[in-house]
Every structure is written in structure tokens, then in C-alpha cells.
Design a protein around this ligand. Sequence first.
Ligand code: FES
Ligand code: FES
Length: 166
Amino acid sequence: MASPSASLLVGQGSGGVTIQVNGKSVDVQSAADTPLLYVLRDELGLHGPRFGCGLGQCGACTVHVGDRAVRSCVVAVSDVAGPVTTLEGLGSGGQLHPVQQAFINEQAAQCGYCTNGMIMQSIILLNNNPSPSDADIRQGLANNLCRCGSHLAVIRAVQGAAAVSA
Ligand code: FES
Ligand code: FES
């Protein structure tokens, strides 16, 4: 059964479902069982979240639903139970989110394919633990895969973002 917040945010749009994405209400045209990732990328043109494994295992597709990090490849759009924020919806007033800026400062990417997920997961990590230890960061990002070996720079970026917010 849908939660009260879900019933407020997920309704029947012209395509069957209405969701909130980056502060805007969207009537989804795709079928209700379409993965949220496909709706974001293919219908809404939001290419921050990436398709990696499609199995909920790599983290490349991570978005925020409310205050949670969610793997959008394995969530049907009709099951979205809160406002969605993508990489494109971070920051405000023309400023990048501090975690985005920290990733740039540390050049914490090589190919960049994992970077969306690393940033989105790191924001939730820092929301829940504003002063994480190295071990906390490693554990918090343990299920975000990077083929390029950018992990040490990513850890520095999260440390940098934590320091800015302290
Ligand atoms: S593409 Fe969603 S977890 Fe890998
Ligand atoms: S920077 Fe290439 S997969 Fe992480």
C-alpha cells in the first residue's frame, strides 16, 4: 500500500503517473512499470543518472527520493514514493552543491561514469553523518562501483565537502 506521502506525490497523470522531479510536477507518459531511470533519461532528458548494470548493483543510476539514495534502474516509476532529485537538481542560486564542487576540486573522476552515483550517495552519507571518518566514507560508498580506480580522490572529495560544511 502506498504511504501517505506517496499518495500525495504519485497520482494519475496523462501517462498514468505523476511524479515530482527537481521541484516540478511531471505527468509521466511511459508505462507505469517503466524504471524511473528510463523516465528520467529518455522522457525527461535528465542524463545525470547513468545506466550501468541495470540491476541495482553499481550505483551509477542513483537519485534521491526524498531523503534517501535510490537506485533508479530498479524502481518502477509508479512506485516512486517522494520527490525525486537528480544531479541536475542539486545546487541553488547558480551555485553547485558543495559535494559537486568538492568532486571538481579533487578531480574525483576519470571517465566519470560512476560520478553521478558517487555524488548522490555522498550527499546522503553526509546528511546522515556530517563528519565521517575515512572508514565511514569507504563503507558508505562500498556499493558504488568505479572501474577507473578513482576511489581515493572520491574519498578526498567527501572529506573536503565535510570540511566545508563543518
Ligand atoms: S545502473 Fe542502477 S545500480 Fe547499476
Ligand atoms: S571514474 Fe570511471 S567508472 Fe568511476
